[in-house]
Design a protein. Structure first.
Length: 85
């Protein structure tokens, strides 16, 4: 086999391996991980993220901790206002 054929085969293998991790992007959500609380990852296309966030706020019993640079979603803002009351 010449050098060009080996390089082409190496390129094909490298491309195949680089595409394999992308399959994780299609994994079902939400994923939950053990923590001091519950961590629910739901920020993927197709999720009703606003409903998940509002439901989590509504379930809060003692506090709601928010770490956000900015947000403009009225439904989430209203849920935070309601939780404060």
């Amino acid at each position: 086999m010449n050098g060009r054929g080996a390089a082409a085969r190496t390129l094909v293998v490298a491309l195949a391996l680089s595409v394999a991790p992308a399959a994780d992007a299609d994994a079902p959500t939400p994923r939950r991980y053990a923590a001091a609380g519950t961590v629910e990852i739901a920020f993927t296309p197709g999720d009703a993220v606003d409903n998940l966030i509002v439901a989590a706020i509504d379930r809060a019993q003692t506090e709601v901790l928010v770490h956000a640079y900015t947000f403009t979603h009225r439904k989430i803002a209203q849920a935070l206002i309601n939780a404060r009351r």
